[in-house]
Design a protein around this ligand. Structure first.
Ligand code: SF4
Length: 238
């Protein structure tokens, strides 16, 4: 990719990110994200919360796209960056670092110098939902942000769905953009791989504490997902 190409993609993404950050389409989520940012939790009582929607994050020339569910109330909603400042983020970024997609194993705050290479992270929903449970109409409202962001990520070839919701949101978005075609939704199972047209979709359990604390998702399991993603990204396509 040329430097000029990189700048153009970066500029367009910047404009989209500014739009996403200003979004107020879901009244329930606007209330929740702002209330959480005001009330806070004791351990972060001295911090200023972000309390706004989250744009995607990563390398605009990435071949590997990660699709998550939504920011956590005291993680991304606090720090202003996806998978930053909570246990899920620690797990994910450590795995990306082991796989060579991240320059460091920590994701603490927006100015921590974390940089992703060949990898970009988006989410199906950009505002933290109460109890991590978005309503169907909120998912539908936020769909446009996902479509707009994918449209600007021209080099993506591999989509890793984090959890069933992220996995299906990625597949639906690529179908809606006319990039892949399928009738029945491909089944979700950890490690499932689907090659559809020029793209490979990989499913993984979400690196939530519910999965990592219970051993449902282990480090070797997540490492194998990203090793596969790397191989698929380098695969010759016709
Ligand atoms: S969830 Fe998405 S559509 Fe709803 S307010 Fe947040 S950014 Fe806007």
């Amino acid at each position: 990719m040329t430097l000029a190409g990189s700048r153009a993609a970066g500029d367009s993404l910047d404009a989209l990110h500014r739009r996403i950050i200003r979004c107020t389409l879901c009244p329930r989520l606007v209330r929740w994200r702002e209330e959480t940012a005001t009330v806070k939790v004791r351990r972060f009582a001295d911090e200023e919360y972000w309390g706004k929607p989250l744009p995607g994050f990563g390398d605009p020339a990435a071949r590997v796209l990660l699709v998550g569910l939504a920011p956590a109330a005291h993680g991304g909603n606090r720090t202003g960056r996806m998978f930053t400042g909570d246990e899920s983020g620690n797990w994910l970024i450590r795995a990306l670092h082991r796989a060579g997609f991240a320059n460091q194993p920590e994701s603490l705050h927006r100015d921590d110098n974390l940089s992703l290479r060949d990898c970009y992270i988006v989410a199906a929903l950009r505002c933290a939902p109460p109890n991590n449970k978005p309503l169907p109409e909120e998912m539908a409202n936020c769909r446009q942000h996902l479509l707009d962001e994918i449209r600007l990520l021209k080099r993506v070839r591999v989509v890793v769905g984090l959890g069933k919701i992220g996995f299906e949101a990625g597949l639906k978005a690529f179908r809606e953009l006319g990039l892949v075609d399928f009738r029945a939704m491909p089944g979700f199972a950890h490690g499932a791989v689907y090659r559809l047209g020029a793209y490979t979709f990989i499913a993984t359990y979400h690196p939530s504490q519910q999965n990592t604390f219970t051993g449902k998702l282990t480090r070797p399991m997540l490492d194998r997902i990203f090793q596969r993603a790397r191989r698929e990204a380098g695969r010759e396509r016709r």
